[in-house]
Design a binder for this molecule. Structure first.
Ligand SMILES: Nc1ncnc2c1ncn2[C@@H]1O[C@H](COP(=O)(O)OP(=O)(O)OP(=O)(O)O)[C@@H](O)[C@H]1O
Ligand SMILES: [Mg+2]
Length: 374
């Protein structure tokens, strides 16, 4: 059996390692700290900085193939791993094409994927120029390292420009026209090394303060929009020659139009529902694709599945008794990631409920969540 390396030790690495384990694939985690969630589920680990040459070599020695849980890794490190004899999937080229949101949008645009109007900006007059062309509101985005909305600032009027630029001082920036979406859609696409491509169900995602909060499967949209979303998802992954599992985020507009937001080269929060909600989870398909194995069936198990993130609501130690009462709620799959510290908005875990209707499943998931005081 090959041993799979994962750069990163967060919840995505943890759930990937859990899926790998069911196929008896051993996983080695390269974590930057010794308290990361994924370290709890595998005995094989390297702990240190990814750019520490000795640590990287120790990691490379323990795995034949490696993947990542975050696109914000220096591609030079991925290429260094390849030089050390490790196959890296998705490829450094794929990661490089998307880790800058501006380059990513240009790539997608040239592949014929509909994107919001966007442009590079650095000073206030650039933003004013964009406003003259696109109109307000605008979304200012840090081009790199943005996640859970932390790299974004909404600009509703000229007055908001200076504070928004101030917030991202020293970072490369872009602005986008704010898309007046009906709803946000997402899709998980799995693509094998042989080009075999599988589309998971199209879901609706609901964000709270820019953070994914609720995922409803299937999205309550009509067939034409769902088909457009599937086409866009596949095209986006093919445009970057992606191998592995990818999360593609989109906006749905009236008239069955979908507009691309972003693609992540890894299992994605909008796909956590697949652990119980589809025959093969996104994590298992990621492992299969990365190892060059055949992909699994992506069909839904129940007519409806709802996932809700357990987001931190305060700062401090997690409440060790939080689960007890919530566990009494029947029909709920609980996932606690095992993060040592709670922070407001931090993803601490999630719950998933399968049912006959999305509304029914969501009611049960919300009930479980209301009983879970982390
Ligand atoms: N151009 C836009 N028009 C309308 N809403 C937007 C736009 N860009 C971003 N948003 C809103 O902000 C959220 C977060 O934006 P984006 O996906 O760019 O950030 P992120 O930090 O990379 O996200 P995450 O890590 O949560 O996926 C989106 O899901 C959407 O709700
Ligand atoms: Mg996003």
């Amino acid at each position: 059996m090959p041993r799979l390396g994962i750069l990163g030790g967060g919840q995505l690495a943890k759930m990937t390692a859990q899926a790998a384990s069911t196929l008896d694939v051993e996983v080695v985690i390269f974590a930057q700290r010794d308290d990361e969630p994924a370290l709890k589920v595998t005995p094989y680990a390297v702990i240190g900085a990814w750019d520490d040459e000795a640590k990287l070599a120790a990691f490379a020695q323990q795995c034949e193939v490696a993947t990542l849980e975050s696109e914000f890794v220096d591609v030079a490190i991925l290429r260094r791993l390849e030089a050390l004899g490790v196959r890296v999937v998705p490829s450094p080229d794929t990661v490089e094409q998307i880790q800058d949101k501006y380059d990513q949008k240009r790539r997608m645009q040239s592949a014929g994927v509909e994107v919001p109007r966007f442009r590079k900006v650095s000073v206030a007059t650039d933003v004013l120029d964009a406003a003259a062309e696109f109109g307000f509101p605008l979304m200012l985005k840090a081009r790199r390292n943005g996640y859970d909305g932390y790299g974004n600032a909404l600009i509703q009027r000229a007055h908001d420009i200076a504070p928004a630029l101030e917030k991202f001082q020293g970072r490369e920036l872009m602005v986008e026209a704010v898309v007046p979406f009906l709803r946000e859609l997402a899709i998980i696409i799995a693509r094998g090394a042989d080009g075999d491509i599988r589309d998971y169900p199209v879901v609706e995602t609901i964000q709270r303060n820019g953070i994914c909060h609720v995922v409803r499967c299937p999205a309550p949209t009509d067939e034409a929009s769902a088909l457009a979303a599937i086409e866009m998802g596949k095209r986006a992954v093919e445009a970057i020659d992606g191998v592995g599992v990818f999360g593609v985020e989109m906006f749905e507009l009236p008239g069955n139009e979908v507009v691309f937001n972003e693609v992540a080269p890894r299992p994605h929060n909008s796909g956590h529902y697949t652990i119980e909600g589809t025959i093969t989870s996104q994590f298992e398909n990621h492992v299969r694709a990365v190892l060059g194995w055949p992909l699994g069936d992506v069909a839904q198990i129940a007519p409806a599945t709802v996932m809700i993130n357990i987001l931190g609501e305060r700062s401090g130690d997690p409440n060790p008794d939080a689960l007890r009462e919530a566990l009494a709620t029947g029909g709920v799959h609980f996932h606690l990631y095992g993060k040592r510290e709670v922070r407001p908005g931090r993803k601490m875990g999630h719950v998933t409920v399968l049912g006959y209707s999305v509304d029914g499943a969501e009611k049960v998931a919300r009930l479980a969540l209301s009983r879970l005081q982390l």
